[in-house]
Design a protein around this ligand. Sequence first.
Ligand SMILES: [Zn+2]
Length: 351
Amino acid sequence: MSTDQVSTDPVSAGSALDERLQAFVGQSTGPPLQAPDPVNQPMIRHWVEATGDYNPVYVDDAAAREAGFAGVIAPPTMLQAWIMRGLRLSQQSDSARARGQLDGASPTDQLMAMLDEAGFTSVVATNCDQHYVRPLVPGDLLKCTSVIDAVSPEKATGLGTGHFLTTRIEYTDQNDEPVATMKFRILKFKPRPAAPASSAADSTAPAERPKRPRPALTQDNRFFFDGAKEHKLLIQRCSVCGTLRHPPRPSCAHCRSFEWDTLTASGRGTVYSFVVNHYPQVPAFDYPLVVALVELEEGTRLVANVAGIAPGEVAIGMPVVAGFEAFDDDLTLPVFHPDPGAAATDETRRS
Ligand SMILES: [Zn+2]
Protein backbone atom coordinates (compact mmCIF):
# COMPACT_ATOMS: atom_id res chain seq x y z
CA MET A 1 0.00 0.00 0.00
CA SER A 2 2.88 2.36 0.70
CA THR A 3 4.11 1.86 -2.87
CA ASP A 4 0.66 2.94 -4.14
CA GLN A 5 0.97 6.13 -2.17
CA VAL A 6 4.47 6.82 -3.50
CA SER A 7 3.19 6.53 -7.08
CA THR A 8 0.56 9.24 -6.54
CA ASP A 9 1.15 11.95 -9.09
CA PRO A 10 1.35 15.20 -7.09
CA VAL A 11 0.68 17.41 -10.14
CA SER A 12 -2.42 15.55 -11.29
CA ALA A 13 -5.75 17.26 -10.95
CA GLY A 14 -6.85 14.20 -9.00
CA SER A 15 -4.43 14.71 -6.13
CA ALA A 16 -6.90 16.80 -4.12
CA LEU A 17 -9.44 14.03 -4.58
CA ASP A 18 -6.78 11.45 -3.66
CA GLU A 19 -6.20 13.24 -0.39
CA ARG A 20 -9.89 13.19 0.44
CA LEU A 21 -10.07 9.50 -0.51
CA GLN A 22 -7.05 8.59 1.67
CA ALA A 23 -8.87 10.08 4.68
CA PHE A 24 -11.24 7.09 4.52
CA VAL A 25 -8.46 4.51 4.97
CA GLY A 26 -8.71 2.84 8.36
CA GLN A 27 -12.31 3.92 8.92
CA SER A 28 -14.89 1.39 9.94
CA THR A 29 -17.54 0.92 7.28
CA GLY A 30 -20.28 0.99 9.90
CA PRO A 31 -21.59 -0.86 12.94
CA PRO A 32 -20.92 -4.61 13.18
CA LEU A 33 -23.26 -6.75 11.10
CA GLN A 34 -24.99 -9.57 12.91
CA ALA A 35 -25.89 -12.71 10.95
CA PRO A 36 -29.68 -12.95 10.62
CA ASP A 37 -29.57 -16.73 11.15
CA PRO A 38 -27.14 -19.15 12.75
CA VAL A 39 -25.17 -21.48 10.50
CA ASN A 40 -27.78 -24.07 9.58
CA GLN A 41 -28.23 -27.28 7.64
CA PRO A 42 -31.05 -26.10 5.30
CA MET A 43 -28.95 -23.21 3.95
CA ILE A 44 -25.95 -25.53 3.59
CA ARG A 45 -28.12 -28.00 1.69
CA HIS A 46 -29.32 -25.31 -0.75
CA TRP A 47 -25.75 -24.10 -1.26
CA VAL A 48 -24.55 -27.65 -1.98
CA GLU A 49 -27.38 -28.08 -4.53
CA ALA A 50 -26.64 -24.73 -6.17
CA THR A 51 -22.89 -25.25 -6.48
CA GLY A 52 -22.94 -29.00 -7.13
CA ASP A 53 -20.24 -29.56 -4.49
CA TYR A 54 -21.51 -32.81 -3.00
CA ASN A 55 -18.73 -33.34 -0.45
CA PRO A 56 -20.56 -35.47 2.16
CA VAL A 57 -18.92 -33.64 5.11
CA TYR A 58 -21.38 -30.80 4.47
CA VAL A 59 -24.53 -32.87 4.87
CA ASP A 60 -23.75 -36.22 6.50
CA ASP A 61 -22.69 -36.36 10.18
CA ALA A 62 -21.19 -39.85 9.88
CA ALA A 63 -19.11 -38.88 6.85
CA ALA A 64 -17.98 -35.71 8.63
CA ARG A 65 -16.90 -37.70 11.72
CA GLU A 66 -15.03 -40.14 9.51
CA ALA A 67 -13.17 -37.15 8.05
CA GLY A 68 -12.14 -36.04 11.57
CA PHE A 69 -14.81 -33.41 12.32
CA ALA A 70 -17.27 -33.47 15.23
CA GLY A 71 -20.20 -33.35 12.80
CA VAL A 72 -21.19 -31.64 9.56
CA ILE A 73 -19.33 -28.45 8.67
CA ALA A 74 -20.41 -25.59 6.42
CA PRO A 75 -18.64 -25.15 3.08
CA PRO A 76 -15.93 -22.57 3.92
CA THR A 77 -16.83 -20.48 0.84
CA MET A 78 -20.32 -19.89 2.30
CA LEU A 79 -18.69 -17.37 4.67
CA GLN A 80 -20.37 -14.28 3.18
CA ALA A 81 -23.75 -15.99 2.88
CA TRP A 82 -24.18 -16.08 6.66
CA ILE A 83 -23.99 -12.30 6.96
CA MET A 84 -25.89 -11.13 3.88
CA ARG A 85 -28.51 -8.57 4.78
CA GLY A 86 -30.91 -9.61 2.03
CA LEU A 87 -32.31 -8.04 -1.10
CA ARG A 88 -34.69 -5.52 0.49
CA LEU A 89 -32.11 -3.77 2.72
CA SER A 90 -29.51 -3.77 -0.09
CA GLN A 91 -31.98 -2.16 -2.47
CA GLN A 92 -32.98 0.44 0.12
CA SER A 93 -29.41 1.60 0.67
CA ASP A 94 -28.66 1.57 -3.10
CA SER A 95 -31.65 3.74 -3.87
CA ALA A 96 -30.92 6.12 -0.96
CA ARG A 97 -27.40 6.63 -2.35
CA ALA A 98 -28.79 7.11 -5.89
CA ARG A 99 -31.06 9.87 -4.53
CA GLY A 100 -28.07 11.50 -2.82
CA GLN A 101 -29.47 10.87 0.66
CA LEU A 102 -26.28 10.59 2.66
CA ASP A 103 -27.55 11.54 6.12
CA GLY A 104 -26.25 8.87 8.43
CA ALA A 105 -24.59 7.12 5.49
CA SER A 106 -21.69 4.81 6.30
CA PRO A 107 -18.12 5.87 5.40
CA THR A 108 -18.30 3.38 2.50
CA ASP A 109 -21.47 5.01 1.16
CA GLN A 110 -19.83 8.44 1.50
CA LEU A 111 -16.70 7.20 -0.26
CA MET A 112 -18.75 5.70 -3.09
CA ALA A 113 -20.76 8.91 -3.43
CA MET A 114 -17.54 10.97 -3.60
CA LEU A 115 -16.25 8.76 -6.41
CA ASP A 116 -19.62 8.88 -8.23
CA GLU A 117 -19.45 12.66 -8.11
CA ALA A 118 -15.91 12.64 -9.58
CA GLY A 119 -17.19 10.56 -12.52
CA PHE A 120 -16.05 7.12 -11.28
CA THR A 121 -19.55 5.75 -11.56
CA SER A 122 -19.02 2.08 -12.47
CA VAL A 123 -18.06 -0.82 -10.23
CA VAL A 124 -16.48 -4.15 -10.91
CA ALA A 125 -15.36 -6.61 -8.25
CA THR A 126 -11.76 -7.67 -8.77
CA ASN A 127 -10.45 -9.86 -5.92
CA CYS A 128 -11.75 -11.67 -2.88
CA ASP A 129 -9.27 -13.32 -0.50
CA GLN A 130 -10.69 -15.36 2.35
CA HIS A 131 -8.74 -16.90 5.24
CA TYR A 132 -10.46 -19.43 7.47
CA VAL A 133 -9.52 -19.92 11.14
CA ARG A 134 -11.80 -22.93 11.71
CA PRO A 135 -14.67 -24.71 9.97
CA LEU A 136 -18.11 -23.26 10.72
CA VAL A 137 -20.67 -25.65 12.18
CA PRO A 138 -24.45 -25.50 12.60
CA GLY A 139 -25.32 -23.21 15.51
CA ASP A 140 -22.45 -20.77 14.98
CA LEU A 141 -23.75 -17.22 14.97
CA LEU A 142 -21.49 -14.86 13.08
CA LYS A 143 -20.82 -11.19 13.37
CA CYS A 144 -18.59 -9.15 11.13
CA THR A 145 -16.86 -5.82 11.27
CA SER A 146 -15.26 -4.16 8.29
CA VAL A 147 -12.69 -1.48 7.71
CA ILE A 148 -11.69 0.41 4.58
CA ASP A 149 -8.25 -1.09 4.14
CA ALA A 150 -6.89 0.80 1.12
CA VAL A 151 -7.87 3.26 -1.60
CA SER A 152 -5.48 3.30 -4.54
CA PRO A 153 -4.47 6.41 -6.45
CA GLU A 154 -6.07 6.75 -9.87
CA LYS A 155 -5.00 3.84 -12.09
CA ALA A 156 -5.42 3.23 -15.81
CA THR A 157 -7.09 -0.13 -16.49
CA GLY A 158 -8.60 -1.92 -19.49
CA LEU A 159 -12.06 -0.75 -18.41
CA GLY A 160 -11.10 2.90 -17.85
CA THR A 161 -9.33 4.89 -15.13
CA GLY A 162 -10.40 4.24 -11.59
CA HIS A 163 -9.57 3.67 -7.96
CA PHE A 164 -9.21 0.24 -6.34
CA LEU A 165 -10.99 0.07 -2.97
CA THR A 166 -10.10 -2.72 -0.55
CA THR A 167 -12.29 -3.59 2.41
CA ARG A 168 -11.05 -5.88 5.18
CA ILE A 169 -13.75 -7.85 6.95
CA GLU A 170 -13.29 -9.77 10.20
CA TYR A 171 -15.74 -12.53 11.07
CA THR A 172 -16.21 -13.61 14.68
CA ASP A 173 -18.43 -16.22 16.32
CA GLN A 174 -20.89 -16.09 19.26
CA ASN A 175 -17.90 -16.07 21.67
CA ASP A 176 -16.25 -13.17 19.83
CA GLU A 177 -13.53 -15.54 18.64
CA PRO A 178 -12.23 -14.89 15.10
CA VAL A 179 -13.37 -17.48 12.54
CA ALA A 180 -12.29 -15.90 9.25
CA THR A 181 -11.09 -12.76 7.50
CA MET A 182 -11.76 -11.50 4.01
CA LYS A 183 -10.21 -8.83 1.81
CA PHE A 184 -12.57 -7.67 -0.89
CA ARG A 185 -11.36 -5.37 -3.65
CA ILE A 186 -13.41 -3.49 -6.22
CA LEU A 187 -12.51 -1.10 -9.01
CA LYS A 188 -14.63 2.05 -9.10
CA PHE A 189 -14.01 3.44 -12.59
CA LYS A 190 -15.00 6.00 -15.22
CA PRO A 191 -16.59 4.04 -18.04
CA ARG A 192 -14.99 4.86 -21.37
CA PRO A 193 -17.40 6.14 -24.02
CA ALA A 194 -18.19 3.41 -26.57
CA ALA A 195 -16.11 3.94 -29.73
CA PRO A 196 -18.10 4.15 -32.96
CA ALA A 197 -17.92 0.75 -34.67
CA SER A 198 -16.17 2.16 -37.76
CA SER A 199 -13.48 4.18 -35.96
CA ALA A 200 -10.77 1.51 -36.05
CA ALA A 201 -11.17 0.98 -39.79
CA ASP A 202 -11.23 4.72 -40.55
CA SER A 203 -8.14 5.55 -38.54
CA THR A 204 -5.15 6.40 -40.70
CA ALA A 205 -2.64 5.25 -38.11
CA PRO A 206 -4.37 2.53 -36.09
CA ALA A 207 -2.79 1.92 -32.72
CA GLU A 208 -1.62 -1.64 -32.12
CA ARG A 209 -4.53 -3.62 -30.79
CA PRO A 210 -4.25 -4.56 -27.11
CA LYS A 211 -3.98 -8.28 -26.47
CA ARG A 212 -6.79 -10.29 -24.94
CA PRO A 213 -6.47 -10.73 -21.17
CA ARG A 214 -4.21 -13.65 -20.25
CA PRO A 215 -5.77 -16.64 -18.51
CA ALA A 216 -4.43 -17.27 -15.00
CA LEU A 217 -2.49 -20.46 -15.72
CA THR A 218 -2.17 -23.08 -13.01
CA GLN A 219 -0.90 -26.65 -12.87
CA ASP A 220 -4.54 -27.71 -13.13
CA ASN A 221 -5.61 -25.72 -16.20
CA ARG A 222 -2.44 -25.30 -18.27
CA PHE A 223 -3.22 -28.43 -20.35
CA PHE A 224 -6.39 -26.80 -21.72
CA PHE A 225 -4.55 -23.80 -23.18
CA ASP A 226 -1.59 -25.91 -24.36
CA GLY A 227 -4.11 -28.21 -26.09
CA ALA A 228 -5.82 -25.26 -27.76
CA LYS A 229 -2.45 -24.16 -29.22
CA GLU A 230 -2.31 -27.61 -30.90
CA HIS A 231 -5.96 -27.21 -31.98
CA LYS A 232 -7.13 -29.87 -29.54
CA LEU A 233 -10.13 -29.33 -27.27
CA LEU A 234 -9.14 -31.25 -24.11
CA ILE A 235 -11.42 -32.21 -21.25
CA GLN A 236 -10.02 -33.18 -17.87
CA ARG A 237 -10.88 -36.78 -16.94
CA CYS A 238 -10.56 -38.60 -13.61
CA SER A 239 -8.09 -41.48 -14.05
CA VAL A 240 -9.85 -43.52 -11.38
CA CYS A 241 -13.58 -43.30 -12.22
CA GLY A 242 -13.47 -41.68 -15.68
CA THR A 243 -15.72 -38.74 -14.75
CA LEU A 244 -15.13 -35.71 -17.01
CA ARG A 245 -14.90 -32.26 -15.49
CA HIS A 246 -14.64 -28.66 -16.64
CA PRO A 247 -13.50 -26.06 -15.65
CA PRO A 248 -10.29 -27.85 -14.61
CA ARG A 249 -9.76 -28.43 -10.89
CA PRO A 250 -7.49 -30.49 -8.70
CA SER A 251 -9.78 -33.33 -7.68
CA CYS A 252 -12.71 -35.40 -8.89
CA ALA A 253 -16.08 -34.33 -7.45
CA HIS A 254 -17.32 -37.92 -7.84
CA CYS A 255 -14.56 -40.02 -6.22
CA ARG A 256 -12.21 -37.33 -4.80
CA SER A 257 -9.19 -38.70 -6.68
CA PHE A 258 -6.40 -36.26 -7.55
CA GLU A 259 -5.29 -38.46 -10.50
CA TRP A 260 -6.35 -37.23 -13.92
CA ASP A 261 -5.66 -37.31 -17.61
CA THR A 262 -7.44 -35.75 -20.57
CA LEU A 263 -9.84 -36.70 -23.32
CA THR A 264 -9.75 -35.00 -26.73
CA ALA A 265 -13.29 -33.78 -27.41
CA SER A 266 -14.86 -34.06 -30.84
CA GLY A 267 -15.53 -30.31 -30.75
CA ARG A 268 -19.22 -30.85 -31.49
CA GLY A 269 -21.79 -29.46 -29.10
CA THR A 270 -24.82 -27.25 -28.72
CA VAL A 271 -25.39 -23.76 -27.36
CA TYR A 272 -26.68 -24.35 -23.83
CA SER A 273 -27.01 -20.63 -23.04
CA PHE A 274 -25.53 -17.39 -24.29
CA VAL A 275 -25.36 -13.61 -23.94
CA VAL A 276 -24.56 -11.00 -26.57
CA ASN A 277 -22.29 -8.44 -24.96
CA HIS A 278 -22.49 -4.86 -26.28
CA TYR A 279 -20.96 -2.88 -23.43
CA PRO A 280 -18.58 -2.15 -21.75
CA GLN A 281 -16.30 -2.52 -24.76
CA VAL A 282 -12.78 -3.74 -24.02
CA PRO A 283 -10.45 -2.95 -26.95
CA ALA A 284 -9.12 -6.52 -27.34
CA PHE A 285 -12.57 -7.84 -28.34
CA ASP A 286 -14.96 -7.30 -31.26
CA TYR A 287 -18.55 -6.31 -30.50
CA PRO A 288 -21.30 -7.37 -30.35
CA LEU A 289 -19.56 -10.32 -28.70
CA VAL A 290 -21.37 -13.64 -28.37
CA VAL A 291 -20.35 -15.40 -25.16
CA ALA A 292 -21.88 -18.86 -25.01
CA LEU A 293 -22.03 -21.75 -22.61
CA VAL A 294 -21.51 -24.65 -24.99
CA GLU A 295 -22.52 -28.16 -24.00
CA LEU A 296 -20.11 -30.60 -25.63
CA GLU A 297 -21.40 -33.94 -26.84
CA GLU A 298 -19.12 -35.54 -24.21
CA GLY A 299 -21.30 -33.83 -21.55
CA THR A 300 -19.15 -31.06 -20.09
CA ARG A 301 -19.85 -27.41 -20.74
CA LEU A 302 -17.45 -24.56 -21.41
CA VAL A 303 -17.67 -20.83 -21.94
CA ALA A 304 -16.45 -19.66 -25.35
CA ASN A 305 -17.16 -17.16 -28.09
CA VAL A 306 -19.42 -18.04 -31.02
CA ALA A 307 -18.44 -16.58 -34.40
CA GLY A 308 -19.36 -17.04 -38.05
CA ILE A 309 -23.01 -16.11 -37.46
CA ALA A 310 -24.90 -12.86 -36.91
CA PRO A 311 -25.24 -12.41 -33.11
CA GLY A 312 -29.02 -12.07 -33.51
CA GLU A 313 -29.24 -15.53 -35.05
CA VAL A 314 -27.54 -17.44 -32.24
CA ALA A 315 -30.10 -19.64 -30.50
CA ILE A 316 -30.19 -22.00 -27.54
CA GLY A 317 -29.87 -25.59 -28.73
CA MET A 318 -28.03 -24.55 -31.91
CA PRO A 319 -25.47 -27.19 -33.00
CA VAL A 320 -21.94 -25.77 -33.02
CA VAL A 321 -18.46 -27.06 -33.71
CA ALA A 322 -15.15 -25.85 -32.28
CA GLY A 323 -12.52 -24.11 -34.36
CA PHE A 324 -9.36 -22.53 -32.99
CA GLU A 325 -8.30 -18.93 -33.21
CA ALA A 326 -4.77 -17.71 -32.43
CA PHE A 327 -5.34 -14.26 -30.94
CA ASP A 328 -1.58 -13.74 -30.51
CA ASP A 329 1.57 -15.86 -30.20
CA ASP A 330 0.70 -16.95 -26.66
CA LEU A 331 -3.07 -17.32 -26.77
CA THR A 332 -5.12 -19.70 -28.87
CA LEU A 333 -8.70 -20.38 -27.82
CA PRO A 334 -11.54 -22.53 -29.06
CA VAL A 335 -14.17 -20.46 -30.89
CA PHE A 336 -17.41 -22.15 -31.87
CA HIS A 337 -19.16 -21.86 -35.25
CA PRO A 338 -22.51 -23.14 -36.50
CA ASP A 339 -22.08 -26.84 -37.30
CA PRO A 340 -22.94 -27.43 -40.97
CA GLY A 341 -22.69 -31.19 -40.42
CA ALA A 342 -25.41 -31.11 -37.77
CA ALA A 343 -27.65 -28.96 -39.98
CA ALA A 344 -27.35 -31.55 -42.78
CA THR A 345 -28.28 -34.28 -40.31
CA ASP A 346 -31.38 -32.31 -39.34
CA GLU A 347 -32.33 -31.93 -43.02
CA THR A 348 -31.95 -35.69 -43.48
CA ARG A 349 -34.13 -36.33 -40.47
CA ARG A 350 -36.82 -34.02 -41.77
CA SER A 351 -36.91 -35.50 -45.28
ZN1 LIG B 1 -13.22 -39.85 -10.09
